[in-house]
Write a new protein. Sequence first.
Length: 94
Amino acid sequence: MNPANKASIQRRLKSIEGHVRGITRMADEGAYCIDIIQQVRAVQAALDRVTDLILEDHLNSCLVTAIRGEDPDARERVLSEVLDVFQATPRRRG
């Protein structure tokens, strides 16, 4: 992983971790359900952004290396991995 991307992703994940602790606290304290849902959706959006950053890094490094390489099996494996991840975990938008 690109070191600059890694640092950015780690910062984002630490922020998300803190946000999730806040949501837990809200639930423990009996906060209004809609407020909790809004915070959960914010975390989901933040995780989607982390996923996008990791995917972008993967496509620009591992995938490009495999496509430029001489090993057709490696190309197929890397492409299949990307497809498998997104077919197994549908993303919610909206």
